[in-house]
Design a protein around this ligand. Structure first.
Ligand code: 2HA
Ligand code: ZN
Length: 277
C-alpha cells in the first residue's frame, strides 16, 4: 500500500480542510503534526528510504526515531487536501535529534511548519504524561483571538468564563485553558513556554495569535479546539446582544456537571468542596 492512500493522509487532508473552512486558517496560518508508530509506518511499501535530511535548530533527541506527519511551512490549509504530497511530509527524528529524515511528501522541496519547535516540544512534554499522545494542532480561531484583546489574560478567569458559556466546556476541558504571554511565533522560546504549559493543560492560548492544542487523536484535538472556540463565540454573541447576563451556569452547576461526567475540574479554578448531593 502507498502512503498517499493511507488513512493518515486522508485524516490530515480532511482536518486541514475543516480548519480552513471554519475560517481558522487564513493564508498559511495553522499547522498540524501527527505521530505514527513504527508498526504503522512499516505497512507502507514506499517509506523505505530517506529522501533528504532537514536540519532543525533545537534538541529533539527525546523523540529520536519517532515519525511525524506534519504540514509544511508556508503552505495554505485550503490546498492540503488537493496536494497532500506537496503540502505535508512524513519525517523521522534522527538519533542525534538535530535534524529529521524526510520519508514522504514535501515533494517540491518543502520543509516542516515554522512552528515545528512548538510542536515537538509539546510532543516531548505530553508523552511524559500520556503515552498515547499523538497530535498537536495550531490554528487561529477568531473569537478566541478576539477574547485575548478584551479579557484579562488570567487562566482562572478565562477558564471559568468558558466553562460557563455552555455545559459541554467543563466536560471537554476540565483542566481549563493555559495562557502564555504574547510572544514571537516560530521561535524556540514560544515553543518552550507552550510546552511548559502543556504539563498542566491540553489547550494553550497564544494571545493575539491563536491556539495550541494536543491529544491522542485528530478528532479529539479538533473537537477540543472546536469546543473552546464555540464557548468564545457564545461570549462574543452575548456581548453583541448587549452583554447583560440575566442567568448563567453557576459554580454549583459546574460541580454537578463534573460529578455527573466523572471529570475533575482544575482545583485552582473550581473547588469541589460544595458538591450538592
Ligand atoms: O504556520 O500559523 O504561527 C503559520 C502559523 C504561524
Ligand atoms: Zn499561527
Amino acid at each position: 500500500m502507498k502512503f498517499i492512500d493511507s488513512k493518515f493522509v486522508e485524516k490530515m487532508s480532511e482536518t486541514t480542510n475543516e480548519l480552513y473552512k471554519h475560517g481558522w486558517d487564513e493564508r498559511n496560518g495553522g499547522n498540524v503534526s501527527l505521530r505514527l508508530t513504527q508498526e504503522e509506518v512499516d505497512q507502507f511499501d514506499d517509506l523505505g528510504k530517506t529522501i533528504r535530511n532537514i536540519p532543525i535548530d533545537f534538541d529533539a533527541s527525546p523523540l529520536a526515531g519517532q515519525y511525524y506527519l506534519v504540514t509544511g511551512t508556508g503552505r495554505y490549509f485550503k490546498n492540503v487536501h488537493n496536494y497532500p504530497e506537496r503540502d505535508a511530509g512524513l519525517v523521522r527524528i534522527t538519533d542525534e535529534g538535530n535534524s529529521v529524515d524526510l520519508l514522504w511528501g514535501f515533494n517540491d522541496g518543502g520543509q516542516p511548519t515554522s512552528e515545528f519547535p512548538s510542536h515537538l516540544m509539546t510532543h516531548i512534554q505530553r508523552q511524559k504524561i500520556d503515552s498515547n499522545q499523538r497530535v498537536v494542532m495550531h490554528c487561529h480561531p477568531t473569537n478566541l483571538i478576539a477574547l485575548s484583546f478584551t479579557h484579562e489574560l488570567d487562566e482562572a478567569s478565562i477558564s471559568r468564563l468558558l466553562w460557563k458559556m455552555q455545559a459541554e466546556s467543563l466536560v471537554v476541558f476540565p483542566e481549563g485553558v493555559g495562557i502564555i504571554p504574547y510572544m514571537t511565533p516560530g521561535t524556540n522560546d514560544i515553543g518552550q513556554a507552550t510546552a511548559d504549559k502543556m504539563s498542566e493543560y491540553r489547550v494553550v492560548m497564544w494571545p493575539h495569535h491563536g491556539i495550541f492544542a494536543c491529544g491522542d487523536s485528530m478528532d479529539e484535538v479538533y473537537g477540543l479546539i472546536e469546543t473552546v472556540e464555540k464557548a468564545c463565540q457564545i461570549y462574543t454573541t452575548i456581548k453583541s446582544q448587549g452583554g447583560n447576563i440575566e442567568q448563567s451556569i453557576t459554580d454549583d452547576d459546574l460541580r454537578d456537571l463534573a460529578k455527573s461526567f466523572g471529570v475533575t475540574p482544575n482545583p485552582d479554578f473550581l473547588s469541589m468542596d460544595a458538591v450538592k448531593n
